[in-house]
Design a protein around this ligand. Sequence first.
Ligand SMILES: O=P(O)(O)OC[C@H]1O[C@H](O[C@H]2O[C@H](CO)[C@@H](O)[C@H](O)[C@H]2O)[C@H](O)[C@@H](O)[C@@H]1O
Ligand SMILES: O=c1ccn([C@@H]2O[C@H](COP(=O)(O)OP(=O)(O)O)[C@@H](O)[C@H]2O)c(=O)[nH]1
Length: 455
Amino acid sequence: MSRLVVVSNRVALPGESRAGGLAVALQAALDETGGLWFGWSGKIDPSHSGKLHEQHDGNIRYVTIDLSRRDHADYYNGFANRSLWPLLHFRVDLVDYSRETWAAYRRVNALFAEKLAPLLRDDDMVWIHDYHLIPLAALLREHGVRCKLGFFLHVPMPSSDLLAALPQHSRLFEGLSAYDLVGFQTSRDLERFQDYVRLFGRGDVISPGVLETAGGRRLHAGAFPISIDTAHIAQQAGEAVENSSVRRLKDSLSGRALAIGVDRLDYSKGLPERFRAFARYLQRHPQQLGKLTYLQIAPVSRGDVAEYRALREELEQLAGHINGGHAEPDWTPMRYVNRNYAHPTLTGFYRLARVGLVTPLRDGMNLVAKEFVAAQDPEDPGVLVLSTFAGAARELDSALLVNPYDLDGVADAIATAMRMHRDERRERWQAMMGTLRTHDITAWRRDYLAALASA
Ligand SMILES: O=P(O)(O)OC[C@H]1O[C@H](O[C@H]2O[C@H](CO)[C@@H](O)[C@H](O)[C@H]2O)[C@H](O)[C@@H](O)[C@@H]1O
Ligand SMILES: O=c1ccn([C@@H]2O[C@H](COP(=O)(O)OP(=O)(O)O)[C@@H](O)[C@H]2O)c(=O)[nH]1
């Protein structure tokens, strides 16, 4: 059997707990197969030594590299998170492009290729992840790498007119043609990529999922919705009643229902809109006042980037304003927490909640939505309120689907979730859980790697 080599900017090193679906999912996938995980160490090395760090945990070998201060600023915070992230989330208004950060992006990809190539064997299956590393396959080929190279995009693929707004878009996206298989989260993402190849990439769509690139190379592409370790999360949530943080949260609610949101503090997650929708719920449904407490967990993410800092300030103001306007001496409508929680606690929090609020403006998948469902008590499940703009909405279509820009609609969905009878909650939950049991993280990895093997 071939060895699996996973390459991603973000690596979940042993013992690390940090918000972010890519690392959570790849950890679960590698736990099953073992293999090599190569990527950024998460550290900055002012001496730019380029030294590799290596550690082992079970059957996984981790090889990581530090970034120089300049590369961290220009590649990670710069081109990846201030050019590509907003672009791929349909926020052209926030795209900040410069030739300097584009050069840093290519430089770090070249560094990854130089360090990774000597570690590879011809029969490896190399699976490269996300927008940070689009050029990596072409650069590895220049180093003589001959094994199968697959790519998976965790974020949305926007429409081609938006992509074309990025200077250098042709050079960047041409890089995808060096892969054997390019995977997307949903069939909509795949369709938009095919449109881009036809309209701006000088290529052709031979049949759905089979493309001919400008250079005449055949490229396979497909939709592979990422998922969670469903059985493990369900079990973890069932055991979480023992967890002291979960018990403390339960006691603190004094019998009130809980609504929960869990998101990195990121503008793609629609948090200001969600806070406003919650305020709208309090205004539109006065008969429910005092019956529901909303807990928003939002660990700080990419805190060096100006847009993320501005968002943090905005949310602090909004949370203060909402509580100031609606709190009673014995009830605070919302609790806003910037801490990161480990999964055993989070799954217990999900299980306590009557309402799960997942309302991103755009999201590749959103694993929190899936985790919320998997963590519910089958006899008395909570209700998921889910944005139609999350990739997860395609599979979790028994959730209460909302448009996150429609504040009244989100407000009313919260009220509906509060009123929903147990039979309807169970029916909706069973439909979603059925999907998650079949389409779990194992199925995702297996389907993708099988497609890569035959590409
Ligand atoms: O690595 P960070 O900069 O700290 O950011 C965390 C991750 O955010 C994004 O996650 C995406 O992947 C999830 C799993 O496929 C998906 O459910 C979610 O919709 C995406 O936003 C990003 O794409 C990752 O590269 C980051 O590691
Ligand atoms: O305090 C937290 C907040 C989030 N997460 C995890 O971070 C991931 C977030 O993934 P998602 O796909 O929802 O969004 P992303 O952050 O990757 O955009 C999920 O597995 C969450 O359980 C976590 O472990 N602790």
